[in-house]
Design a binder for this molecule. Structure first.
Ligand code: CA
Ligand code: CA
Length: 290
């Protein structure tokens, strides 16, 4: 499917209706909505109403508020070319880099060709995974991460990862976009290797799991994630969510869970640039003896 939205409103008409457990191939446009195609295309005068397109929304039958949507990312097939830009007034060091700058980045044999001297193994993931929130305000853009997902820009969300999103409206109204062929933790200049991609996802409605914000899971790790005005505050929210998860799922006391986080959990920065910085707490699952 290739319909896109720029707002995650519950009034958006579903582009597709599926059953829980169905798999969908989402044809995702890059975050620049395909306006950066050659070195002369500078990141200026963007139409901000049409940036960061998310492909969808998909209505999942049976999804109800309070449920959790399991987003199984199965495969990400990126296009032959991406781009990285420095956008004026955007990025972690924005005042120091006022000029627009574009680098077109070909993808060859699994590498992003950053320059003649630099090639990077790709590790693609969608930066934006979103469901519709409860209120209709027509300002639920896809650019700022929220409890309903959005522009999370976490490189943990690669193929093989399950993203858990809390469901706020009937059908969930899931959408996905903003694929990065590769991105470092922080996404410091504000863009990574922005690229078109086909993203294959299985969507499952989970009636048992209850979460306040997105969580991620791989075969090896369980992750909580959060955003806030500051990175410090985001870390505290993600850490509290991880402690809650350990207490509920593994039966440890709160003190044990807090101390265990100190022993094994990595607090990682997802992004520093999307208005509210985002972090994730990463717990290795192998420590639990079943
Ligand atoms: Ca993004
Ligand atoms: Ca992006």
């Amino acid at each position: 499917m290739n319909d896109v939205v720029f707002q995650a409103d519950k009034e958006n008409a579903p582009a597709l209706k599926i059953k829980s457990g169905d798999t969908v191939v989402f044809e995702c446009k890059d975050a620049f909505n395909q306006v950066i195609q050659k070195p002369e295309d500078l990141p200026i005068d963007f139409d901000m109403e049409h940036i960061n397109p998310a492909t969808g929304p998909v209505y999942v039958e049976g999804a109800e508020p309070g449920d959790t949507l399991e987003v199984h990312i199965l495969n990400i097939d990126v296009a032959k070319q991406g781009s990285c830009c420095i956008i004026p007034n955007f990025g972690f060091l924005a005042p120091e880099y006022p000029e627009p700058w574009t680098r077109i980045i070909p993808i060859e044999d699994g590498y992003a060709i950053f320059s003649e001297k630099v090639k990077i193994p790709i590790d693609p993931f969608p930066g934006t995974l979103i469901v519709a929130p409860t209120e209709v305000k027509h300002d639920h853009g896809t650019l700022i991460p929220k409890e309903y997902g959005g522009n999370m820009d976490s490189r943990a969300c690669t193929a093989g990862t399950k993203v858990y999103l809390p469901i706020f409206v009937e059908g969930a109204l899931f959408a996905v976009g903003d694929v990065h062929a590769v991105q470092g933790d922080g996404e410091v200049c504000g863009t990574a290797v922005e690229i078109d991609a086909d993203v294959t996802i299985k969507l499952i409605v989970n009636k048992e799991k209850k979460i306040d914000r997105p969580h991620y899971e791989t075969d090896d790790y369980y992750m909580t994630t959060a955003w806030a005005e500051t990175t410090d505050e985001a870390c505290k929210i993600a850490l509290r969510d991880m402690i809650d998860w350990i207490v509920q799922e593994k039966g440890l006391s709160r003190e044990e869970a807090y101390a265990l986080c100190s022993c094994v959990v990595d607090m990682r920065i997802s992004q520093l640039v999307d208005i509210t910085p985002g972090v994730r707490a990463v717990l290795p699952k192998s420590i639990f003896v079943d």
